[in-house]
Design a protein around this ligand. Structure first.
Ligand code: IPD
Ligand code: CA
Ligand code: CA
Length: 264
């Protein structure tokens, strides 16, 4: 497998998809909802996923694609090469703000993250990484993350997890929020993973993420020394929804052991 070629190919595909998304603002965007009324999807989410799939199937017919909008393959094992794609991560932001969304793509070989990309389309910020070769924001290499104690940490977390919910003990999350320096919520898991990797926030926590939300970001985060796991501290299985935490080393262990109490 020539990963250098695949890397160049994927980067240019993502840039092209960025053009499609930016141009979509000149036309009417159709908005639907999926699992619930706040789970939005647009014709552009679908068009962009179909664009990726037609190209990847043409040029890498032996690879499989796991895409959020369901136009790819039914993926039940991580065997072989799998492209894990979220064509627009942060669709609510795409619809309401026309910014703060990203294309997220991870390319895995037998379950190992080889290439990862997060493209913040409107800022034209391109985060990328190849396994063992460091992570980049545009052409600049991102430095290794250093240890930060909780009292100096800014945590990416949605306010939903502070309200009573069926996944996690919200009172422990309230303690976490009181003990850290501050919190932020950007509304795109991919962008939050990119921000952890770039040292802008120190952790990102969510109780329900899908493989396409985290696949690209995990490759990038690992290259700068961030630790990503489920709430048992295990590597995410990437075959369905699961709780997720990524953080600087040290902080990851502190938050998991002292502040996260899952209900199931
Ligand atoms: C969502 C965003 C959001 C996260 C949700 C995801 P989507 O992805 O990443 O920040 O909280 O869990 O589903 O639906 O905009 O691709
Ligand atoms: Ca998503
Ligand atoms: Ca999406």
């Amino acid at each position: 497998m020539n990963w250098g070629n695949i890397d160049r190919y994927a980067k240019s595909l993502i840039k092209e998809a960025g053009h499609i998304i930016r141009n979509s603002f000149f036309n009417q965007i159709d908005i639907d909802s999926k699992a619930d009324v706040n789970d939005l999807v647009t014709n552009i989410d679908r068009e962009v996923e179909q664009f990726f799939i037609s190209r990847i199937k043409r040029d890498f017919p032996e690879h499989r694609i796991l895409g959020e909008e369901g136009f790819g393959d039914v993926v039940q094992t991580l065997d072989g090469v799998i492209w894990m794609l979220d064509p627009i991560d942060g669709t609510m932001n795409f619809v309401h703000q026309k910014r703060n969304f990203a294309i997220s793509l991870g390319i895995y070989a037998d379950g190992v993250g080889m290439l990862g990309y997060i493209y913040d389309v409107m800022r034209d910020d391109f985060y990328s990484a190849a396994k063992g070769e460091g992570a980049y924001l545009n052409d600049e290499r991102l430095p290794q993350l250093e240890i930060t104690p909780l009292e100096q940490a800014v945590i990416g977390i949605s306010a939903s997890w502070l309200a009573p919910n069926r996944y996690v003990d919200n009172e422990k999350i309230m303690e976490l929020v009181q003990h850290c320096r501050g919190t932020r919520s950007y509304g795109s898991a991919a962008i939050e993973l990119a921000y952890v990797s770039a040292g802008r926030i120190d952790s990102y926590i969510s109780m329900r993420l899908s493989p396409w939300d985290i696949a690209g970001g995990m490759v990038i985060a690992r290259e700068v020394g961030a630790v990503a796991s489920n709430m048992q501290g295990e590597a995410p299985h990437l075959l369905g929804q699961e709780p997720f935490i990524v953080a600087r080393p040290g902080l990851h262990h502190d938050i998991l052991t002292n502040y996260i109490r899952m209900k199931e």
